[in-house]
Design a protein around this ligand. Structure first.
Ligand code: SAH
Length: 221
């Protein structure tokens, strides 16, 4: 999902060949992980930390919804360092650890299965971060050039196409200016939906011009 800074608080075993295997292509994230001995140490420099918890505690921030909290996290990220804090599979987060955080989130679930696997909870929050940051677009740095893209056609170029089309259709007899019907407005609607590019106009006008040569009708501008 594009997140890369991982802090591990007192991992039972690290590095661990099984972790490497499970990370598959993302082994660089594990290799760069910071191992620390307390949550406080992991949060040094962070100005906004969000705890992930399946259940509301007597004490600690009220559990918010992932999307709204991530929106806030993104806003806070413009001001300083932010963090998502997850518990381990066996004991989760302690009350004391949750009190290190400025906000808390619960992922809505079927109440009978409120406690997700750690990996699943991480994925949901990282996905929300990605959606909040980029929507469904790739980040700017990863944007690949669209193949074949050309500038959008201008209004006069599009009008030129319509005029050309009308001449050819009149020449071939497909269109009768005495009885225009709705042909021209319908073609305008069709091309309007297509958001024509300059190259496409040139191709279409090239095709029209080639029929003029074939039918022996001279060029009419
Ligand atoms: N036995 C532990 C389970 C922890 S699950 C417990 O009862 O606390 C591992 C971690 O995944 C949790 O500490 C929490 O950070 C996260 N997590 C799991 N389900 C979640 C949910 N529904 N909402 C928010 N975080 C969740």
């Amino acid at each position: 999902m594009g997140l890369s800074r991982l802090y591990l608080v007192e991992p039972k075993q690290f590095p661990d060949p099984e972790a490497d295997t499970r990370a598959t292509g993302a082994i660089d994230v594990l290799a760069a992980a910071n191992v620390v001995s307390s949550l406080g140490e992991a949060l040094v420099g962070a100005s906004f930390a969000v705890a992930l918890s399946a259940r509301q505690r007597d004490i600690g921030p009220v559990l918010g919804a992932p999307r709204a909290t991530v929106a806030r996290l993104m806003a806070e990220a413009a001001e300083g360092e932010v963090a998502l804090v997850f518990g381990n599979e066996t004991v989760g987060l302690s009350n004391d650890e949750i009190l290190h955080c400025q906000a808390a989130v619960t992922i809505p679930t079927n109440p009978a299965f409120s406690s997700l696997n750690l990996g699943s909870a991480v994925q949901v929050l990282c996905y929300e971060c990605r959606m909040a940051a980029f929507g469904e677009k790739p980040p700017v740095s990863a944007q690949v050039a669209t193949p074949f893209a050309s500038p959008a056609a201008t209004n006069d170029e599009i009008e030129g196409l319509y005029a050309h089309l009308e001449r050819i259709m009149t020449d071939t007899g497909f269109y009768n200016p005495e009885q225009p019907g709705r042909l021209l407005p319908k073609l305008r609607r069709l091309f309007g939906r297509a958001r024509l590019e300059r190259d496409e106009i040139n191709i279409l006008r090239g095709i029209l011009a080639s029929t003029q040569v074939k039918t022996g009708h001279g060029k009419k501008g």
